[in-house]
Design a protein around this ligand. Structure first.
Ligand SMILES: *[C@@H]1O[C@H](CO)[C@@H](O)[C@H](O)[C@H]1NC(C)=O
Ligand SMILES: *[C@@H]1O[C@H](CO)[C@@H](O)[C@H](O)[C@H]1NC(C)=O
Ligand SMILES: *[C@@H]1O[C@H](CO)[C@@H](O)[C@H](O)[C@H]1NC(C)=O
Ligand SMILES: *[C@@H]1O[C@H](CO)[C@@H](O)[C@H](O)[C@H]1NC(C)=O
Ligand SMILES: *[C@@H]1O[C@H](CO)[C@@H](O)[C@H](O)[C@H]1NC(C)=O
Ligand SMILES: *[C@@H]1O[C@H](CO)[C@@H](O)[C@H](O)[C@H]1NC(C)=O
Ligand SMILES: *[C@@H]1O[C@H](CO)[C@@H](O)[C@H](O)[C@H]1NC(C)=O
Ligand SMILES: *[C@@H]1O[C@H](CO)[C@@H](O)[C@H](O)[C@H]1NC(C)=O
Length: 581
């Protein structure tokens, strides 16, 4: 027994560690509250992306953009947690994305963009708690090269003219237990019983640049790790056993961002150093960090908060099929309809925050792209993989506007003519590009090392990626009025709408809102359903905002239908995505 432990620790300490992955076992102590010994009968094929038709895997990310950063370890630690939270919550609304940025800025056991370790990440989270991506989006800089730890990096908000501040009331997440697991059978038991695990792996140039799909068989014996990934399932094909592995190199890489690797022979050293963590349930009681004090005053909000959302051009429409209100009799529509929960299924893509890392008036691109992504989920019956569309590519292409405002219908028009790439092609940096251009690299990119250091600004090398999913809409148009909006939402999915927001709306924390706004429409949101408040018998809309999960009801709001609703029924738009079945 003692000998085994000795050999094990020698193996871990003996690992040659380069690139993304650093060995940290001397700083690590497992935290195990209940000793588990799993002994399930394991199926031949198992995949968390399809368990009886339900996908428990959160959206694919890209650690290499907008510039190279060796943060695989942080992506692995946070994706395994996000996926296990999704499993614990039975894939119910909302999808929660734990922030890798907090780790690369704050976890001192790591080297930020110059490597780190999954186990010490779990340990750091257990000791410090962590926030989601709407508090801290990925910037691909860490404490090693310019973006150090601060209250703002954990949760931030910004408004023009006011700068940025540490946001109060951030939702927080944590780890209950964490430990190590090794070897084919133990890994399978852990994955099957509790969810995805994180593993060290010996990556190579073939995997990075030449793998495009299939089962990768590599029989070279190696004893080091230089990359971290998450193992999310397994299978057997033509007698070859394989793992299903989540990578953090974008959805354009490999098999929708994943790869399959031969199983049972410790290929690429994948079966020798894996980690698991059990998320702490902070969501049931909506645990928040209430220690920050919001110092921003709400005065002059109207001018300052304005996203300069322009009126839709009613002539810019492409209508090919009958409109839902023409064939749906209003009387057949249900009393309530909520795409967050239709017969127990959440069809909505992730909640976002347009205001950070600095203020950007991109509401017009958020309300529209989220509605297209939601409708893709609906058309695909919420099967793997999750879709998140790139707002940054829309801004780079000036497809309707910029961080200084824009016109929603132009996003659908652009999606119709050119198509919209996914977030992992061009992640949101909340900035106008140095030069507006719809060049290939401004739509979808990849970058390689070295990561910049705090003394060199060499950003590595970036290039355009051309083989990516480009989501188009087949038709699009405008809609207004409660009955027509309902028919459109019911038949085809969420729509985007203009809204005339006020200081009072900004301070909304929940409930059915009502206010007669006298300002012009100055913001864009999405409407994802409606309902009836039973106590007051008031009909309301269910709206999605792009101001983070700390705002409103998980980033969403409810507002009165028919009147006193900030003009939400005045200027809406919709697009029908082209989805191959
Ligand atoms: C982490 O969150 C818990 C609530 O879940 C809180 O009691 C604890 O003080 C927090 N720890 C830190 C270091 O903020
Ligand atoms: C630069 O990074 C190194 C290594 O992370 C660190 O020790 C040093 O203090 C940093 N220097 C500055 C000026 O931030
Ligand atoms: C197999 O993996 C090793 C270690 O990562 C690598 O050096 C070698 O090039 C790989 N061989 C092939 C054929 O991919
Ligand atoms: C990857 O493919 C290119 C050509 O497609 C080839 O030149 C190169 O040697 C391959 N690299 C590896 C590591 O297999
Ligand atoms: C398994 O066999 C089928 C039929 O011969 C073939 O189409 C498929 O490509 C094979 N899969 C792999 C991973 O070799
Ligand atoms: C909670 O907020 C305080 C004050 O802004 C900050 O110092 C602390 O790091 C935050 N904790 C988390 C887990 O976000
Ligand atoms: C979804 O709605 C059904 C009623 O249609 C309800 O029973 C269930 O609890 C809801 N699920 C969630 C996660 O809210
Ligand atoms: C959609 O998925 C659910 C399971 O989540 C399944 O019950 C239903 O039959 C599927 N519908 C279609 C049209 O495939």
């Amino acid at each position: 027994m003692k000998l085994n432990i000795l050999i094990l620790s020698l193996l871990i300490v003996g690992a040659i560690c380069v690139d993304d992955w650093i060995d940290n076992s001397k700083n690590y102590k497992p935290l195990i509250k209940s000793e588990m010994s799993f002994n399930s009968e394991l199926p031949e094929n198992f995949f968390w992306g399809d368990v009886d038709g339900v996908n428990y895997l959160t959206v694919t990310k890209n650690q290499h953009i907008p510039q190279y950063c060796g943060s695989c370890w942080a992506f692995t630690a946070t994706s395994t947690l996000s996926d296990r939270i999704k499993i614990a919550r039975k894939a119910a609304f909302p999808d929660i994305l734990i922030s890798p940025q907090v780790l690369i800025s704050c976890d001192d056991f790591s080297n930020g963009c110059h490597g780190g370790n999954i186990l010490t990440s779990y340990q750091w989270i257990a000791q410090n708690n962590i926030t989601d991506e709407t508090c801290s989006p990925y910037q691909a800089y860490g404490h090693d090269n310019g973006v150090g730890c601060s209250a703002q990096i954990k949760c931030k908000n910004c408004l023009p003219g006011k700068g940025c501040w540490a946001q109060d009331n951030a939702k927080i997440y944590s780890v209950e237990e964490h430990g190590q697991v090794n070897g084919e059978e133990n890994m399978m038991q852990e994955i099957f019983n509790r969810g995805p695990i994180g593993c060290g792996i010996a990556s190579n140039d073939y995997l990075r640049y030449n793998y495009t799909g299939g089962i990768y068989v590599n029989t070279t014996e190696v004893d080091y790790h230089n990359h971290a990934i998450s193992v999310v399932g397994w299978g057997v094909e033509n007698g070859t056993k394989y793992w299903i592995v989540r990578n953090s190199w974008g959805s354009y890489w490999g098999e929708k961002g994943y790869f399959r690797l031969v199983r049972g022979i410790n290929s690429l050293n994948i079966e020798s150093d894996c980690a698991w963590a059990v998320p702490k349930d902070t969501w049931t009681n909506d645990v928040r960090n209430t220690t920050a004090s919001n110092t921003n005053s709400q005065s002059n909000f109207r001018q300052l908060h304005d996203c300069v959302r322009q009126e839709n051009n009613q002539k810019d429409q492409v209508i090919l099929s009958p409109l839902p209100h023409q064939y749906l009799n209003g009387a057949v529509l249900p009393k309530s309809w909520d795409w967050r929960n239709i017969s127990g299924v959440n069809y909505l893509s992730v909640t976002r925050n347009q205001h950070i890392p600095q203020y950007c008036g991109s509401c017009w691109a958020h309300g529209t792209t989220s509605s297209i992504a939601d409708r893709i989920n609906i058309a695909r019956n919420r099967t793997f993989p999750d879709i998140e569309l790139s707002v940054q590519a829309i801004i780079n292409c000036k497809a309707g506007g910029s961080c200084n405002g824009g016109q929603p219908i132009s996003v659908y028009s652009f999606a119709h003519k050119k198509g919209v790439p996914e977030e992992s092609c061009q992640n949101y940096v909340a900035k106008n590009p140095q030069k507006f251009s719809c060049s290939d690299i401004q739509r979808c990119m990849d970058c390689t090392k070295p990561a910049p250091t705090n003394t060199t600004v060499n950003p590595g090398r970036c290039w355009a990626v051309d083989n990516y999913e480009n989501w188009k809409v087949g038709e699009y148009g405008t809609v207004s009025g409660a009955d027509k909006m309902k028919a459109e939402i019911f038949a085809r999915g969420p729509i985007s709408c203009g809204i005339a927001v006020t200081n009072k709306f900004e301070a909304y924390t929940g409930g059915v809102y009502s206010e007669k706004s006298l300002t012009r429409i100055n913001h864009e949101i999405a409407v994802v359903g409606w309902g009836v408040d039973e106590t007051t018998n008031t009909e309301y809309w269910i709206g999605r905002n792009s101001w983070g999960t700390y705002w409103g009801e998980d980033g969403f709001f409810r507002i009165k239908m028919h009147s006193e609703n900030l003009k939400i029924e005045t200027d809406c738009s919709w697009g029908v995505p082209v989805v191959e079945k």
